[in-house]
Every structure is written in C-alpha cells, then in structure tokens.
Design a protein around this ligand. Structure first.
Ligand code: NAP
Length: 535
C-alpha cells in the first residue's frame, strides 16, 4: 500500500513534536522530517518523540531528510558535517525508518556514502532504509534513462525517488510512464513525482502505480507545496485506498479545470457502485496541438489504463476533431453540434465521442415539464445566447421539433447559428435581443453567463417579461443555484429549471458511457449539490 507522508519542517523541537500527532490524526501513515535547518540534538529529540506516537501495531514511521542548499534545500554546512548529522541520527533505538539522500550528494561525498552504506540496509547498524532522490527544479530531465542508470548504481538504496518541475500535463504523464521503464530496469521501489499544478496527476495516481509513498499536506485544502494535494483530498476525493494497478483512469480535460466539480461527481459515482475507477483533473492549455499532444500521451501512457475523459472549455471542438481524425466514431447529433464533451476509450484503442450536454439539458427540461422529449414538439422556445451551450441545446430542441428562436446581443452570431440548423434538423430563427418581449414563448432558456457569480444581480431578461404559470424558464447558469432570472420566474409562478440539473444529467450520461452501468443518481446528485453548497 502506498503510504501517505506529511512533510514537517524542523527547526526547533517543540513545533515538530506538536505537528507529528496532528499529521497522524489527519490520516498520515508517516511523516517526513525535513531537518535542513535543525541541529543534531533537535533531530534526536524529535526522533525520540515520534516513537511514543502509536500508529497501527507500531509507532509513527519517519523519513529523515536533510537537503543541501546546493540541491534545493536549506542545509548550508559541508558534506562532512552532513555525514555527521546522519550518523548521529541513526545511532540507537530512535533511528528513522528511512533516510533520504540526494543522488548528487551521494556521488560527490565519500563520507556520506560511508556513513549511509554502513548504517542502512538489512545488514546496516541502524535498521534504516536508504532513499536516493534526484530533483530537477527547472524541468523534466531530457535523458531519463541516464538518470535511472546513475541511480541504480547506488546499491545501498532501497527506494529511488525522481522528482522534476512540470511545465505541462505532459510532464505529469511522463512521470507515470516512467514506472514501467523503471520496472523493466530494476526491482527496487520507485516514486516519480512532477512538481507543480501541471504535474498533479503524478501525485493523484501514485497509489495506482504502487509507489512506496506519496507526499500530502495535513491541511484540509492542501497546498504547502504547489500541486501537493491534502490527505483529505487524496483519501476522500481521489479514492486513494481503492486505487490499484487495474484501476481505470478518467478525467476532465479543460483550461482551467481547478474549479470543476466533475471529479467530485464521478468519484462519488464510482464509490457508490464500487467501480474500479478514479477521475482526476487534466489541465490542458488552449490550442488543438496541445489537446492532441495531451490526449495522445494519456492514451499511450503504459499502465495508465485510461477509460475516457470529459471535455470542457476550450476543447469541445478540438475533441470532436481529434476523435474524427484518429478514426473514432460519434453519432450524427454530435456531428451536427460540431462539439463533444465526452470521449470514451475502449480497451482495443478505439474511441467514441459523445455530446451529453444537449441530452442532459433536454432531460433536465422535460423532467421539469413532466413530459418526454416528444412533448417538446411545436413548443416555442426562446434561447438566449449563441455560444457553445446554446449550440448544443438548439440542436437538441430542433431535432425534437421545437420551434426555436435564438436571441443574442450580437445578431450575426445568432443568425449564423440559426442558419446552420434551420431546415436541416428543425425550425430555428434568430431575432435581435431588443425584441425579446414582443412575443410570449412557451420556454425560455438562458445560455449566456449573465447572472453568474459574482454578477448575481444581473439578469438576461427585463423585469416586465410576460411570464405566467404556463411558462417554463431554464437557466443553464448553476452558480448561484437560483439566479435572478429564476427568482423572477418563481415570482410569476412559472416552471423553474435549474442549471445544476443539466450539469447532473450530463454527468449521469457520461458515467454510463464510462462504466457501461446505470449511474447511481442519488449519490452523484448529493455529491454535486454538496460541492456547490446547495442545501
Ligand atoms: P460561450 O460559448 O462563451 O457563449 C456565451 C454566449 O453568451 C455568447 O452568445 C455571448 O454573446 C453571450 N454573452 C456573454 N456575455 C454576455 C453578456 N454580458 N450579455 C449578453 N450576452 C452575453 O459560453 P457557453 O459555453 O455557451 O456557456 C454559456 C453559459 O452556459 C456558461 O456561462 C454556463 O453558465 C452555462 N453552461 C451551463 C452548463 C450546465 O451544465 N449547467 C453547461 C455549459 C454551459 P456574444 O456572442 O455576443 O459574445
């Protein structure tokens, strides 16, 4: 099992001694004592205190790390002084379970090699095990094979740890791909992490790749180091204890994706049906070339076993093009819409594109109306906005023979969208926004961001719009839950459809695509509402 390690920076003894039980209470399996700035007596005091902290059948295990300033740490003494600190720490019964040394320090200092070779390993005097680390604080090393080969020369090492700074998700995927290369080269344990937000996938999936340990913060929100998740996030959100080699990986591709609640919704669904999957954020920069590079890397990463991705702004058009260019399939509706929000990866390497946005919106709408989709026939619908969400919803409505009028602040865009669908899959026209009040429609759907947090007092419709008890008003905005527009609709007794319903329904459809099983609606709905603070 991959142990979760909380780093504690030690300068004086008391704060570190207080922090250790707190880390255990937050769910840590071990702590890393970062003693770059601590004196030998302080290190010994803290090591002795940790033996009194019970964990399972034994006591709290520690990794002792003293990182030199030359290797990105804070220790400024000589290598001989460092060797002396390690030696003193490993004397007696309080010796740390693991000692971490930087590869470059090991290579350049005979004194450190001597101390650590004598003290660590099965025949060593301390019982400690040696971790050999290599950090690149600027980028992913270009010759990873050379780094691995050099590490393997440290025969005393029990564990290798390779860390680099990530500049894009590709650097995170490279870290995961390295597990297979390491397994082919050496039987000892291996941990590979890509630092920073772009590399977070390497931290979120370390348990799936059977890393010996992974670092996490004890704070509930995470983040003492950029990209470092919290214990709570790993355990409660990213299914840490359920991850294993066979686990299929899913995620949401977008830029940005940090705000997405899709990981919360889908992971809750996986847990509810005990599905062997995990769902993570996949931040991919704008641009078709970036999208292709990320998706190709994810699909080809050995051992990753990707099952599919949700796709959000700005990549929905890219996703459609990608699936078609690589020989994948999708239904006619997705092609008409010209964008997809889901890609399914089959085990044989084939791909299927789906658009669950339009289907989710129609389900949300028809459920609130108490009809099935045929109940949309000849309904007069006003769609506000002519962007991506409007496009999917207009296509769905037109296909079910509703009569759609698009209103947009820029009439040209509305006219172009109407022109694409009118007469092809239904009746669609475009009208300038100023004429919204001239006609009473059966259904109004807001597909603009107007009213969205933080501009919650804004509304896309005038207060004197002629709504009544027969009108259906659907706002795709879901933050806030009840927008100004929906409050107005409620005051008129109209049927109200919340944006979160579309969000939930499209996720349920994705989930069935991902897993081949019915989505556990109640668990996924509960997770979505809780994440959005909707009571
Ligand atoms: P988009 O492609 O950027 O389109 C935005 C549309 O809104 C455009 O037609 C734009 O008009 C119009 N617009 C933007 N700001 C406006 C303003 N201040 N006043 C009037 N019109 C304005 O965005 P999208 O992907 O379609 O998303 C639109 C909204 O739909 C999002 O903000 C989100 O709240 C919602 N949405 C919800 C879900 C869900 O699951 N509930 C899913 C997707 C989207 P111009 O063409 O003139 O710029």
């Amino acid at each position: 099992m991959t142990k979760l390690v909380v780093p504690i920076f030690v300068t004086t003894a008391a704060p570190a001694i207080t922090a250790m039980p707190l880390a255990v209470a937050a769910g840590a399996d071990m702590v890393e004592l970062r003693c770059d700035l601590a004196e030998a007596s302080v290190i010994r005091q803290v090591l002795a205190a940790r033996r009194k902290i019970k964990l399972g059948h034994g006591h709290l295990g520690v990794i002792l790390t003293i990182r030199s300033a030359t290797e990105g740490g804070g220790f400024v003494g000589s290598d001989d002084t460092l060797a002396g600190l390690y030696q003193q720490a490993m004397l007696g019964p309080d010796a740390p379970e693991f000692v971490d040394v930087e590869l470059q320090v090991w290579r350049r200092s005979p004194a450190i090699r001597n101390v650590l070779t004598n003290a660590t390993g099965p025949q060593g005097s301390s019982g400690s095990q040696l971790i050999v680390s290599s950090h690149d604080w600027t980028e992913c090393p270009t010759d990873l094979d050379a780094v691995l080969t050099t590490m393997y020369e440290v025969h005393a090492a029990a564990i290798f740890k390779l860390v680099w700074k990530a500049h894009s998700i590709l650097d995170g995927v490279r870290a995961l791909a390295l597990y297979a290369r390491h397994a082919a080269g050496d039987a000892r344990q291996f941990l590979c992490l890509a630092m920073g937000e772009p590399g977070v996938i390497s931290r979120l999936l370390a348990a799936k790749f059977a890393a010996p340990f992974n670092f996490a913060t004890a704070e509930s929100q995470g983040g003492s180091a950029p990209g470092q998740p919290s214990l709570a996030q790993l355990k409660n959100l990213y299914r840490w204890t359920s991850q294993r080699k066979s686990t299929r990986v899913f995620g949401v591709v977008g830029w940005p994706v940090g705000h997405s609640i899709s990981p919360v919704i889908h992971n809750a669904g996986f847990t509810a049906i005990d599905f062997d999957g995990v769902y993570v954020p996949l931040a991919v920069e704008p641009g078709y070339d970036k999208f292709c590079a990320a998706l190709d890397a994810i699909r080809q990463c050995p051992g990753l076993n990707p099952g599919g991705v949700s796709v959000t702004i700005p990549h929905k058009h890219h996703a459609l093009r990608y699936v078609l260019e690589r020989g994948g399939t999708m239904d006619d509706m997705a092609r008409h819409i010209g964008a997809i929000n889901t890609i399914l990866f089959a085990l044989d390497g084939t791909m299927t594109g789906l658009n669950t946005d339009y289907a989710g919106a129609l389900i949300a709408l028809t459920c609130a109306m108490g009809v099935d989709q045929s109940g949309l026939r000849e309904k007069q619908v006003a769609v506000l906005g002519a962007g991506g969400a409007a496009r999917a919803i207009v296509a769905g409505l037109a296909a079910w023979e509703a009569e759609v009028t698009i209103f947009n602040r820029g009439i040209d865009k509305a006219a172009a969208l109407a022109g694409e669908f009118n007469g092809r899959i239904g009746m669609v026209c475009a009208v300038p926004m100023e004429r919204l009040r001239e006609h009473v429609y059966d259904i109004y759907i807001n597909c603009t961001p107007v009213g969205m947090s933080p501009n919650t007092t804004a509304s896309p419709v005038p207060d004197d719009i002629p709504w009544n008890r027969q009108t259906v008003v659907f706002d795709t905005v879901y933050n806030p839950h009840e927008t100004q527009m929906l409050q107005l609709a409620r005051s008129r007794g109209s049927v109200v459809v919340h944006g979160v319903e579309m969000l939930i329904q499209q996720a349920l459809l994705q989930f069935t695509g991902f897993t081949g099983q019915p989505a556990p609606e109640s668990a996924m709905r509960q997770a979505a509402l809780a994440a959005l603070n909707i009571g």
